[in-house]
Design a protein around this ligand. Structure first.
Ligand SMILES: Cc1cc2nc3c(=O)[nH]c(=O)nc-3n(C[C@H](O)[C@H](O)[C@H](O)COP(=O)(O)O)c2cc1C
Length: 279
């Protein structure tokens, strides 16, 4: 069983592709996280957790959720982290978490995907860079799927002690002080559809007078900005200058189609992505 959280579509793509390659079921954890639904998950096949990386770890709300969730059936668990280049201590923390749960940790894979986060000094990526990352990610995913199919362990990057020493205190401080929701705002393009409220994993957005209002509990996942069908959400001046990321805008790089076609296929309803055409 593949379980995933995805804010802007990268992890969703990897997870659904992986599930398809393995002939396994795939569960989007968003609703469960939002409702704190801790009903048991059961699978006779190994569990495979797919996650993006936030500040060198898996998202804190996801690790909190997974720690509480009970896994029944198979005792094996794989972990697939994706980032814009540095997964930090994600694999190390996953191993620790699942060993505590008395599960057999089958290792983790790190996959580089396009960056969805431009706040701060991060540069915008060119279309060529995005395309190359997506194609490389698909190749890596094939290898991961083959290893899992054969029952082999995944061999993630070795995490050094200094990475743990820096990240463990750094992550909560950065998340607390460098991720304010106060710079989010909505423009007159808003169509009051409520999608931002539904997509926020922390239930930090409420709709007041038909417009979204952000609370203080934000993790900058970019789900509200990246999934707004009217492109009506901005973050200070940054998103106006640097744009916004959603995987569906770039899916056509994998199937040879045109941008407009990909948008239509990968609808705003989080449909499963179409399979990649290898030709
Ligand atoms: C709040 C936040 C923090 C991030 N931190 C890192 C990081 O430490 N290292 C990294 O390589 N990428 C980082 N990223 C980039 C994402 O991990 C990456 O783009 C991922 O593919 C997004 O997945 P999604 O589209 O499924 O949400 C960060 C993204 C966000 C939103």
């Amino acid at each position: 069983m593949v379980l995933y959280f995805s804010a802007t579509g990268n992890t969703q793509f990897l997870a659904t592709e992986l599930a398809e390659k393995l002939g396994d079921e795939c569960i989007d954890l968003l609703e469960r996280i939002k409702k704190n639904d801790l009903s048991e998950v059961r699978s006779e096949k190994p569990f495979i957790i797919c996650t993006p990386v936030y500040v060198c770890e898996m998202p804190r709300f996801l690790s909190k959720y997974l720690k509480k969730l009970s896994f029944a059936g198979s005792r094996k668990v794989y972990f697939v982290a994706n980032s814009a280049g540095y997964c930090g201590i994600t694999g190390y923390l996953a191993k620790k978490m699942f060993r505590k749960k008395k599960m057999e940790y089958m290792g983790h894979a790190e996959i580089v995907m396009p960056r969805n986060y431009f706040i701060g000094h991060y540069p915008v990526q060119t279309n060529e860079e995005i395309k190359e990352r997506l194609l490389n990610a698909c190749d890596k995913l094939d290898k991961v799927a083959n290893a899992i199919k054969s029952g082999n362990r995944l061999h993630g990057r070795y995490v050094f002690m200094f990475e743990k020493l820096i990240t463990i205190p750094f992550n909560p401080v950065w998340t607390k002080y460098k991720m304010p929701a106060s710079d989010f705002f909505v423009t007159e393009k808003c169509i009051s559809c409520g999608r931002c409220e539904k997509m926020c994993p922390l239930n930090n957005i409420s709709i007041k007078d038909k417009m979204p209002v952000w609370g203080k509990n934000c993790t900058h996942c970019m789900s509200c900005i990246g999934n707004c069908p009217a492109d009506a959400i901005e973050y200070g001046n940054i998103t106006k200058e640097k744009g916004k990321y959603n995987f569906k805008k770039y899916r056509h790089f994998l199937n040879g189609g045109k941008p407009g076609e990909a948008e239509k296929k990968f609808s705003a309803n989080r449909n499963l992505p179409k399979r990649r055409n290898n030709g």
